[in-house]
Design a protein around this ligand. Structure first.
Ligand code: ADP
Ligand code: MG
Length: 396
């Protein structure tokens, strides 16, 4: 277990917090979705209310180690000022830290707050450079990492900085570790994992790790057809990961050896072409016509999966069941999301597109946890140690 904000005394301290303010901006530089800013509030407000002087850090986009006004955090500073009702000090400094920033940090009072410029304006950020890490650490007494979406990267502001000052997790990372870590380490059983998405190859390590932990694995989405192919089925024009067919065979075998129940779709919704308005029909999985393309799971599979989800103690879902971006092929993904929303077990969504699907259906609030990190949650579910979490202090 990692230490969190609650485990330390922040009163009278300067606390530097790595947030995930990598928000989407429109052409005019306006923030089009402030979910990440809202998400940072519990940690920021806790610190302000507990007598800390708060220095915020984040990256935004990919300025590739150069100052670029297009990727300035100025709009974030403005949004924070508005939301907090108190001035968030900000100056667009190409070097992120300069003499004025140092003076401002040194004189920052308890309850006051400042935001530094985009850490990726410095090439040393992604290089996890020691000097830059030290420079950031020198501004504060304590480091708080609350940027789960960047925790799979060992950068100066996510990992390097923790070599120089005490480091703990913020509330966002705490929640991610509680749910994702809880599911993997000590799940309420039965533990049902649902996997979908486009390609088997992207999810091999995820499947392997879950084969060691889950009681039941439900496979849907594009990766289905590589598995069906490996069983000798006709899959028509459905998406095939030809290089992974042998792997699919060995994964099916592994599941059997380990006594993990692995269920593939028993029926699909297929179309003539990869198009929302194409002619469509339902087929059993062993009867997909040669010139059709399966783009969603079918109603029998929806019912089968929903039964497993209802009976689960823990449900972990990564990857859509079909081409949910097309309304005519979104029903399977929606059915899984609805079953999870109604389930009594702990329901956890990890993965960029799965989270987007759940948001789109308006069901996010009814899940126990929707992970905020696409790549980071995938690596977490793969069983990897995330550098931005590894550097945090352990609870004694
Ligand atoms: P996540 O981001 O949740 O980890 P992925 O990125 O692996 O999920 O996969 C999401 C993509 O998989 C979606 O864009 C979806 O359209 C695609 N997909 C799902 N099912 C199919 C299918 N049957 N055929 C083609 N693409 C599919
Ligand atoms: Mg994705």
């Amino acid at each position: 277990m990692k230490k969190t904000l609650r485990d330390i005394d922040v009163n009278g301290k300067k606390v530097i917090v790595r947030c995930d303010f990598n928000v989407p901006l429109d052409e005019a530089g306006h923030i089009t979705d402030d979910t990440r800013i809202v998400g940072a509030m519990p940690t920021v407000e806790y610190l302000m209310n507990h007598g800390a002087a708060v220095i915020l850090l984040s990256h935004l986009g990919r300025p590739k180690g150069e100052a670029n006004p297009k990727y300035s955090l100025k709009p974030v500073a403005d949004a924070l000022t508005k939301r907090l009702g108190t001035e968030v000090w900000f100056k667009s400094v190409a070097s992120v830290v300069d003499e004025e920033v140092k003076r401002e940090a040194a004189s920052l009072k308890a309850g006051a707050i400042m935001l530094l410029e985009n850490t990726r304006f410095r090439k040393e950020e992604t290089a996890n450079d020691a000097e830059f890490s030290k420079e950031l650490a020198s501004l504060a007494d304590i480091f708080v990492n609350d940027a789960f979406g960047s925790a799979h990267r060992a950068h100066a502001s996510t990992a390097g900085i923790a070599s120089y000052i005490p480091a703990v997790s913020g509330f966002l990372i705490e929640k991610e570790v509680k749910f994702l870590g809880g599911a993997l380490d000590d799940p309420a059983r039965p533990f049902v994992a649902i996997l979908g998405g486009a390609k088997v190859a992207d999810k091999i390590k995820v499947i392997e790790n879950l084969l060691a932990k889950a009681d039941t694995l439900l496979i849907g989405g594009g990766m289905t057809y590589t598995f069906l192919k490996s069983k000798g089925y006709e899959i028509g024009k459905s998406i095939l990961d030809a290089d992974s067919v042998d792997l699919a065979v060995s994964l099916l075998k592994k599941a059997e050896e380990k006594g993990v129940e692995l269920l593939l779709p028993v029926d699909v919704k297929a179309g003539r072409d990869f198009d929302n308005d194409t002619e469509s029909a339902y087929y059993d999985s062993d009867a997909i016509p040669a010139d059709w393309m399966a783009m969603d799971i079918g109603p029998k599979t929806e019912a089968l999966f929903a039964d497993k989800i209802r009976a689960a103690g823990t449900i972990l879902w990564n990857g859509p069941m079909g081409v949910f971006e097309m309304p005519n092929f979104a029903a399977g993904t929606r059915a899984v999301a609805e079953a999870m929303a109604e389930a009594k077990g702990t329901s956890i969504i990890g993965g960029g597109d799965s989270a987007a699907a759940v948001e789109q259906f308006g069901l996010a609030d009814r899940m126990s946890h929707v992970s905020t990190g696409g790549g980071a949650s995938l690596e977490f579910i793969e069983g990897k140690t995330l550098p931005g979490i590894a550097v945090l202090e352990d609870k004694s």
